[in-house]
Design a protein around this ligand. Structure first.
Ligand SMILES: Cc1cc2nc3c(=O)[nH]c(=O)nc-3n(C[C@H](O)[C@H](O)[C@H](O)COP(=O)(O)O)c2cc1C
Length: 335
C-alpha cells in the first residue's frame, strides 16, 4: 500500500488513531506507532503545558516513530483557549510530526498565526471535520490534510447526521489535500472501502479502545464485545447545537438520564455532573459502564475480540489487501 497520507505522516500503513480523552496516552500512542500506523497523543489529558511536554517526551521514549497530537478546539472549562494555544506551541517546539485539530478551525479559534507557526516548525496540520463545507475551509486556510467523520463515529459527530459513506466521496471530490475517512472504520473491509471511495486512509478510535494496549477495566472490553450497533445513542443535541455538534455514546443509564433532562429542557447544572470528563475518566478504570457518558461509535457492533494493537494492524492490512483482490476478481470474472 502507498497513499499520500503515508508519505505526509511518514507511516507504513494508512491508519490513524483518533483523539481519545483519557485513553490516547503515551503507551497506546507508542503501541500504534510501533505497529506502523499513526498513534495519537491527546493533549486534553493534561492540565498544563509542562505536563503535556512531559507526555510528548515519554511517548518519544517508547517509540521513535511519528505520532499525531490531538487538540480539541471546543469551549471547555477545564481547557481554556490559552491552554490550547500552549499545547499548540509546545507541539511546534517539540516538532511533533502532526497535529489533529478537532472542533473549531485553528485560524478562527486560536488565531491566524497558528497554522503558519506549524508550517514554520515543519509540523503537519490535519483538521477533523464533519461537513464538506468545513473540509473546503480547512484546505483554503492551509491545513495539510482533513479527516471527514460520518455520524456513525463515537465522540462528537456533526448535527447534520450524514453518514461516512456519503461524506467521504463528497469530500474527496471537493478538496485536493489528503483525506482520511472516519466513523465506522474497524477492519480490513472498511479500510478497503475507504480507499475505494477515494480516501488516503482511515482513522478509528472505538476499535483502538477495544485493544489490549488501551488501558481500561476488563469490564469495558467485555461490554464493547457484547454491545451491538443499535446500542449507542446521539445526545446533548440542545447543549451542543450552537457548535453544530452532538455526542454519540454507549446507550446506558447516564445517557437515559441525559435524554430525560434534555427533553424537559432541564438546567445545565443538572447535566453537568453527568457529562463531566472526570466521571468518564473514573469509569474507564473502574468498569462500571452504566455510570458515565462513554463515547463509543456504531462500530461497536463489529467488535468481537480484544487483540493487541500489533495483531489488529497486521490483520487489517492483510484483510484489506485480500478483500480488494477478491473484489477485483469478482469484477473481472463478471466482465
Ligand atoms: C473513547 C473515545 C474518546 C474520544 N475522545 C475524543 C477527544 O478527546 N477528542 C476528539 O477530537 N475526538 C474524540 N473521540 C472521537 C474520535 O477521535 C473519532 O473521531 C471517532 O471515534 C471515530 O469514529 P469511530 O468511533 O467509529 O472509530 C473519542 C472517541 C472515543 C471512542
Amino acid at each position: 500500500m502507498k497513499t499520500r497520507i503515508m508519505e505526509l505522516f511518514d507511516i507504513q500503513v494508512p491508519i490513524q488513531c483518533g483523539g481519545m480523552l483519557w485513553l490516547a496516552i503515551p503507551e497506546l500512542a507508542a503501541a500504534i506507532s510501533n505497529a506502523g500506523a499513526m498513534g495519537n497523543l491527546t493533549s486534553g489529558n493534561y492540565n498544563t503545558g509542562d505536563e503535556f511536554r512531559a507526555a510528548i517526551d515519554k511517548t518519544r521514549e517508547l517509540t521513535d516513530k511519528p505520532f499525531i497530537v490531538n487538540i480539541t478546539t471546543m469551549p471547555s472549562i477545564r481547557l481554556p483557549v490559552e491552554l490550547l494555544r500552549e499545547f499548540f506551541k509546545v507541539s511546534c517546539e517539540r516538532k511533533v510530526k502532526a497535529l489533529e485539530i478537532a472542533g473549531a478551525p485553528v485560524d478562527t479559534f486560536l488565531g491566524p498565526e497558528y497554522i503558519p507557526m506549524a508550517k514554520e516548525a515543519g509540523v503537519k496540520v490535519l483538521h477533523k471535520v464533519g461537513t464538506v463545507k468545513h473540509a473546503v475551509h480547512a484546505q483554503k486556510v492551509g491545513y495539510d490534510a482533513v479527516t471527514i467523520a460520518g455520524f456513525e463515529e463515537g465522540g462528537f459527530p456533526h448535527k447534520d447526521n450524514v453518514s461516512t459513506m456519503v461524506l467521504v466521496p463528497r469530500v474527496v471530490e471537493s478538496v485536493d489535500i489528503p483525506v482520511m475517512a472516519a466513523g465506522g472504520m474497524v477492519d480490513g473491509k472498511t479500510l478497503a472501502a475507504a480507499l475505494v471511495l477515494g480516501a488516503d486512509g482511515m482513522m478509528m478510535a472505538t476499535r483502538f479502545l477495544a485493544t489490549q494496549d488501551c488501558r481500561v477495566h476488563p469490564n469495558i472490553h467485555k461490554v464493547l464485545i457484547e454491545r451491538n450497533e443499535t446500542e449507542t445513542a446521539l445526545g446533548l443535541k440542545k447543549l451542543l447545537a450552537n457548535f453544530g455538534l452532538q455526542v454519540r455514546a454507549l446507550r446506558n443509564d447516564i445517557v437515559r438520564r441525559i435524554e430525560e433532562i434534555e427533553e424537559r429542557d432541564g438546567d445545565f447544572s443538572e447535566l453537568f455532573p453527568l457529562i463531566s470528563g472526570e466521571r468518564a475518566r473514573q469509569v474507564w478504570q473502574d468498569g462500571h459502564a452504566e455510570e458515565a457518558l462513554l463515547t463509543v461509535g456504531q462500530s461497536v457492533g463489529r467488535i468481537q475480540d480484544i487483540p493487541t494493537v500489533a495483531e489488529l494492524i497486521d490483520r487489517i492490512v492483510s484483510e484489506a489487501e485480500a478483500v480488494l483482490r477478491e473484489s477485483l476478481g469478482r469484477v473481472t470474472a463478471a466482465v
